[in-house]
Design a protein around this ligand. Structure first.
Ligand SMILES: Nc1ncnc2c1ncn2[C@@H]1O[C@H](COP(=O)(O)OP(=O)(O)OP(=O)(O)O)[C@@H](O)[C@H]1O
Ligand SMILES: [Mg+2]
Length: 289
């Protein structure tokens, strides 16, 4: 997964990585950012379904609508049976429940989990929304899991009230799903944290990599993206000062983290060109990564 502050290059580097891996085996690139820009990078609408845009590379931008449609398909009937056995409600209760915090997040992750289990792809590259939502996403998993354990106890106390419906099986299904998602994040996922060579993104990358580590998610390293090359405009005072400032934050980052730090220069050129994207990936990925 690629994570980090807004606008630091997550999507660009996720696309570059996906292209790199697609040369080594079937690869799926998925964005769970509701305002994702993979479609712009690859110049087409990628929101409908997984589309093979280059040999070996399929891409999908998950939208809220798509995720909630999957949720309905999987759980709406069961939920309606359970809730309507308690209260006199119509099916519009489903619209109400799907707005609950965590549902959308849970089913975005369910999509990744299902893709992983299907085994059609050798590599799954995940482009995420900026930091706050990824931390929220991790927290929701743990909260959801704890909540479902309480829900089971509550159900056992109210057992007699559910006429014929079986909420326990629903709770258990959700609990299994959450446990599998937590497992996927802890054992099958590795994160690249992306930052710009400036104070706030570097500080955020440091705390984000710590938070991922606390959760138990492997951090591959921190990518400092858009670093000015030494030879850029030697006579330009502004760029020279900017470069010194960036070097200071590069050194600070290296001092304060134990993770590998990879530097990617600021590129002038068409970042939508696959050759250019591949050259970016080669700057931080090595064989066996
Ligand atoms: N190494 C680079 N050199 C020059 N421009 C870059 C580089 N990396 C990314 N960019 C440009 O920076 C902008 C932001 O990149 P990108 O959309 O990948 O960031 P993001 O972290 O995914 O943003 P968001 O948080 O909005 O999803 C884009 O215009 C992209 O083309
Ligand atoms: Mg992005």
């Amino acid at each position: 997964m690629f994570t980090g502050k807004g606008g630091v290059g997550k999507t660009t580097l996720a696309a570059a990585t996906a292209l790199y891996f697609s040369l080594r085996g079937p690869t799926l690139l998925v964005s769970t950012d509701p305002t994702g820009s993979l479609g712009q990078i690859f110049g087409r609408n990628l929101q409908e379904r997984e589309q093979e845009i280059y040999p070996g590379l399929s891409v999908l931008e998950l939208t809220r609508e798509k995720v909630l449609a999957l949720w309905r398909e999987k759980f709406a009937d069961d939920i309606y049976t359970v809730v309507s056995s308690l209260f006199p409600v119509g099916r519009e209760i489903i619209d109400y429940i799907e707005g609950a915090p965590g549902i959308e997040t849970e089913f975005m992750l369910d999509y990744l989990l299902t893709a992983l289990k299907r085994g059609d792809y050798r590599y799954l590259i995940w482009d995420t929304a900026p930091t706050a939502s990824i931390l929220n996403l991790l927290k929701v998993q743990l909260l959801f899991y704890a909540h479902l354990s309480q829900a089971q106890r509550l159900y056992l106390r109210l057992k007699g009230l559910f006429q014929g419906a079986d909420p326990l099986s629903l709770i258990k299904q959700w609990q299994t799903l959450t446990a599998e998602i937590i497992h996927m994040l802890k054992t099958d996922t590795a994160a690249w944290v992306v930052a710009h060579p400036e104070q706030l993104p570097v500080r955020e990358a440091l705390s984000l990599s710590q938070a991922l580590d606390d959760f138990g998610l492997e951090v591959k390293g921190i990518i400092l993206n858009k670093v000015l090359d030494a030879e850029v405009c030697p006579d330009c005072l502004f760029l020279e000062e900017k470069r010194k400032y960036q070097q200071f934050w590069l050194e600070t980052l290296c001092k304060e983290t134990t993770y590998p730090v990879k530097v990617i220069p600021e590129i002038v050129g068409d970042l939508h060109n696959p050759e250019v994207l591949l050259s970016l990936a080669q700057m931080f990925l090595t064989e066996g990564t």
